[in-house]
Ligand binder design. Structure first.
Ligand code: IPD
Ligand code: CA
Ligand code: CA
Ligand code: CA
Length: 274
């Protein structure tokens, strides 16, 4: 990809994330409708939909031939047909958006022929913009990010999300909460996978583990963690997909092998189950 194209993608992704964040903060102060998707713990608000539409319009106005995989507009389509694919989560952490009005984020990634080029995770309530461009490093606002603290698994502060379906819940509680939590310094659950992974890049957390996420949850943050020097794979150590759901582990490289070995020996892969 030409440097000028990459620069244009970066500028647009940053603009979209900021604009989406501002819109969500504005709408949060007004009444909005909340609907259930599959259950009372799977929410979507009118703001999620409006913000996603807003971002899609900004992208297509500039790049009409690009593909877009967004949480609220995803449908059965072959997303691999697009050379350039934007992967969007307009509000990651909708439950937090509704209940806490904090700890949610906008996640925007650009993939070219399956390769992550630009990743942006914006936390509008704290005005924290995490972003990365392939080969150019990762940043939090203007500060460069590096995952370089020497840390062993037992000294690590990890983050996870475990609840999404009955079977996975059982395995997740068993593996991650009962077994893994006993091996590390502490475990956190913030409720926005994109933000939690961005915190790994920023060194606020040492690792993030999830048995199942959607492509739009991890698409941007994965690029940020990797550009900050962290390692991101599935829980069985294979490369992450860019347009499908997957298990995810993202962590400081100093204990990656140790964590990987632990997860691989204990884990039953349920990432492709519904
Ligand atoms: C959710 C959040 C949450 C994770 C869920 C996701 P949403 O995204 O990332 O942390 O545990 O699996 O679905 O629905 O709020 O965009
Ligand atoms: Ca959702
Ligand atoms: Ca999400
Ligand atoms: Ca979402």
């Amino acid at each position: 990809m030409q440097a000028s194209t990459l620069a244009a993608l970066k500028e647009l992704a940053l603009q979209c994330a900021r604009s989406a964040g501002e819109l969500s903060l504005k709408r949060m102060k007004e009444p909005f409708t909340v609907e259930y998707k599959t259950s009372a713990s799977d929410l979507v608000t009118a703001v999620d939909k409006e913000v996603e539409n807003h971002v899609i319009q900004m992208i297509l106005a500039r790049f009409p031939d690009h593909g877009i995989l967004g949480e609220e507009s995803a449908h059965a389509e072959d997303y691999e047909q697009y050379d350039t694919l934007w992967v969007i989560d307009p509000i990651d952490g909708t439950t937090n958006f509704v209940h806490q009005q904090i700890n949610f984020s906008v996640s925007i990634a650009v993939y070219h022929k399956g390769e992550g080029m630009v990743g942006v995770v914006y936390d509008p309530s704290r005005d924290e913009l995490f972003y990365a461009v392939k080969g150019e490093g990762a940043f939090l606002n203007d500060r460069s990010l590096q995952v370089n603290r020497e840390v062993s698994l037992e000294q690590a502060l990890l983050c996870t999300s475990v609840f999404w379906n009955k079977r996975a819940e059982q395995i997740g509680i068993d593996l991650i909460v009962k077994k893994l939590a006993g091996k590390v310094r502490g475990m956190r659950l913030l409720g926005s996978a994109a933000l939690e992974m961005a915190y790994v890049a920023a060194g606020r957390l040492d690792g993030y583990v999830s048995m199942q996420l959607n492509a739009w949850d991890f698409g941007a943050a994965r690029i940020i963690v990797e550009e900050a020097g962290g390692r991101v794979t599935t829980m069985t150590g294979t490369p992450l997909p860019y347009d499908q759901k997957s298990s995810v582990m993202a962590c400081n490289p100093t204990f990656y092998e140790e964590l990987q070995h632990f997860l691989k020996s204990e884990h039953t892969d349920v990432s492709s189950e519904n």
